[in-house]
Design a protein around this ligand. Sequence first.
Ligand code: GSH
Length: 225
Amino acid sequence: MSVAAGDALTLYGYWRSSAAYRVRIGLRLKGLAHTDVPVHLVRGGGEQRQPAYAARNPQRLVPTLLHGDIALTQSLAILEYLDEAWPDAPPLLPRDPLSRQRVRALAQLVACEIHPLNNLRVLQALEHDWHIDPAERERWVRRWIVEGFAAFETLLGQWSDGAGACIGDRPTIADCTLVPQVYNARRFGVDLAPYPKIRAVEAACLAMPAFDAARPELQPDAPGA
Ligand SMILES: N[C@@H](CCC(=O)N[C@@H](CS)C(=O)NCC(=O)O)C(=O)O
């Protein structure tokens, strides 16, 4: 298998998947054309669990980005790949080591500490194996978002210069990760009033065409799209 920068990009995702949403934003920030292939996470027990998809992504999670015939998994690793494979397109990471560390720390705060606890398979296990009712499952989701957002807000207070993005004035992998998590927080009824810095970053990002076009409700597989 080999790949060249000019090979086609195909994103396997789901309109409401926050991990796929991260990559949709990153592709647009880099100005990279791609084709979307919806993977329905619920219908028929979940298309992500079918053998054809699992052959590309053994974790049975979206997103998977095909670059030519190479399957790329894990949204943050995909975003860094895009940055490294297309160094001349707008960067998703700042240049200096300290800013890069902070961008990665914020992205991982969401992707490693909040999101995995609230993923579909976790909520399905709470429902089917532990018999937790819907209201309690939603309380579980909010609990981890609130704890993570409190830390994120504090870190923005220490690290952000308020120039629009999480770190600096250009969106990075941290913003690609935060904005989808805020969407998810709203979906589960989290009160965002205690996080003015997070809301300001979200508003600045959503005003940019790359973020706007990546919104879940605008994706071809969104209900009513
Ligand atoms: N760490 C992974 C997380 C991927 C992930 O959990 N994707 C979710 C949607 S946001 C999924 O495919 N869930 C399907 C399931 O739980 O069965 C990444 O960043 O790509």
